[in-house]
Design a protein around this ligand. Structure first.
Ligand code: PNW
Length: 454
């Protein structure tokens, strides 16, 4: 542990996403999204649940604001529901109730001195866009731009921090490769790559549109949020392991980060792969759009892995009985290494950690305590990861600007339903009032915010 402080203007917040918290899935003119469809499909979600009501933030948003205030957050990252705002994905026919909801919410945050960080797209594509090919169709790029334009015009006077797309990698992998997230397509050889391309293009066009149409007037920052694990060779003296670890990072982070943050091109290993794919599809050239469209690097980071071989499953560190998310292993030092890697590889961008956090299921020590208000492990997670972030900033000179903890309160954890809980606040989903109760980790986080470090 080191002592020290983050920047004076450091952004401190929590993060959430519309489908995971809002509920009111069919209220007041909202259209359906692919997550409404997917979660309503028999067998799709581990515990058979869905986000129909979830935290009911649509009706209880004032409570959420109070919770953020109590945390002493300076910022709050949340996402807009495209289908709530534009039920037919047509910006000339907006849903007034949806616009009013987000206006009230944004105004409420600002009245409490909490600045909004708005994600335009956190996985809930309107079903009507999906029906016309969704992310697998080139048309989505224009549709996304139209939606983004609408959001900037409605909210950009007050929102100064925008994230276009959350974690394209997870969406490509889970939604179009493995088929365990909406829209549930299992096509790792093709759909995955088509979608990565339309997502990158949607981001890039939106970034350019913001710059030409809104930046001078609204003066905000806009970028994308990418997720990445850190990955190390299991045996650093074995060249195969070294190569495998680098490939893992290329194929997670580099796939999206190289085109945007580096040179408008994919990592070599990805290029070779996509060129092969393109040829196999009968194209003459590889499909490599020139990008470089960012104001900051939005990073979602949770875990670290060990690599041996490119073809092998990448290994995890020790499995902890209290960690129910199959992909999440607590390795705080990986965050410092990843921050340094990004800083070096992508020309020292300003980095905002847009998500970092950990889950709990049943307390091993106290199995009856599903609330787990004494969430010691989460307290240790937050303290140790943030201290590594501080080292990256103070000792290594990484330009770190903010940190958003995932997540403000327990919510619908995608395919895992409500079986995995990431919240600083416990939410009682049995209770119609969806009562929120702070866990010990909320106080731990607040203390670090108050000290702006350690
Ligand atoms: C993120 N992985 O998803 C999402 O942005 C959140 O909506 C989600 O609730 C949160 O993390 C916790 O899961 C991820 O397999 C899902 O490495 C999977 C992975 C990473 C992030």
């Amino acid at each position: 542990m080191i002592k020290g402080h983050f920047r004076k203007d450091f952004m401190w917040g929590a993060a959430t996403a519309s489908y995971q918290i809002e509920g009111a899935w069919d209220k007041d003119g909202k259209g359906q999204s692919i997550w409404d469809t997917y979660a309503h499909t028999e067998g799709a979600i581990e515990d058979g649940t869905n986000g129909d009501i979830t935290c009911d933030t649509y009706h209880k948003y004032l409570e959420d604001i109070k919770m953020l205030k109590r945390l002493k957050a300076t910022h709050y990252r949340f996402s807009l529901s495209w289908s709530r705002l534009l039920p037919t994905a047509d910006s000339s026919a907006p849903n007034a109730a949806g616009v009013a909801f987000y206006n009230k919410f944004i105004d409420g945050l600002l009245a409490n001195n909490i600045k909004p960080c708005v994600t335009l797209y956190h996985w809930d594509l309107p079903q009507c866009v999906q029906d016309k090919g969704g992310w697998q169709s080139e048309d989505v790029v224009e549709k996304f731009k139209e939606y983004a334009d609408f959001c900037f015009s409605q909210f950009g006077d007050r929102v100064k921090l925008w994230v276009t797309i959350n974690e394209p990698h997870v969406q490509c992998g889970f939604g179009f490769g493995m088929g365990i997230h909406a829209p549930g397509i299992k096509d790792p050889m093709n759909a995955c790559y088509q979608v990565s391309r339309t997502m990158l293009l949607s981001h890039a066009h939106t970034y350019r549109m913001y710059s030409s149409k809104y930046r001078a007037k609204q003066n905000g920052l806009i970028s994308i949020t990418l997720n990445s694990d850190w990955c190390e060779p299991k045996d650093p003296s074995n060249p195969d392991h070294v190569k495998a670890a680098q490939f893992y990072i290329d194929a997670t982070l580099g796939w999206f980060a190289h085109p945007i943050f580096k040179d408008g091109d994919y990592p070599d290993s990805m290029k070779e792969h996509i060129l092969e794919m393109s040829k196999a599809q009968g194209l003459k050239n590889s499909r490599l759009p020139v990008l470089r469209t960012y104001d900051f690097f939005g990073l979602n980071h949770y875990t670290t892995r060990l690599a041996e071989q490119i073809t092998d499953e990448t290994q995890a560190f020790a499995i902890h009985p209290d960690m129910p998310s199959f992909w999440l292993f607590i390795v705080p030092t990986g965050l410092r290494k990843l921050l340094n890697y990004i800083s070096k590889t992508y020309g020292d961008p300003s980095i905002i950690i847009t998500e970092n956090g950990c889950s709990t299921k049943h307390s091993v020590n106290n199995p009856g305590d599903t609330k787990q208000l004494e969430d010691e492990q989460r307290c240790r997670f937050i303290t140790s990861y943030l201290n590594e972030a501080l080292k990256a900033h103070l000792l290594d000179g990484v330009d770190l600007r903010g940190y958003f903890l995932w997540t403000l309160m327990d919510n619908f954890e995608w395919a895992a339903g409500y079986t995995e809980r990431f919240g600083l606040y416990h939410v009682d989903f049995e209770d119609p009032a969806r009562t929120r109760t702070p866990r010990k980790s909320a106080a731990t986080f607040t203390k670090i915010i108050e000290e702006n470090g350690f």
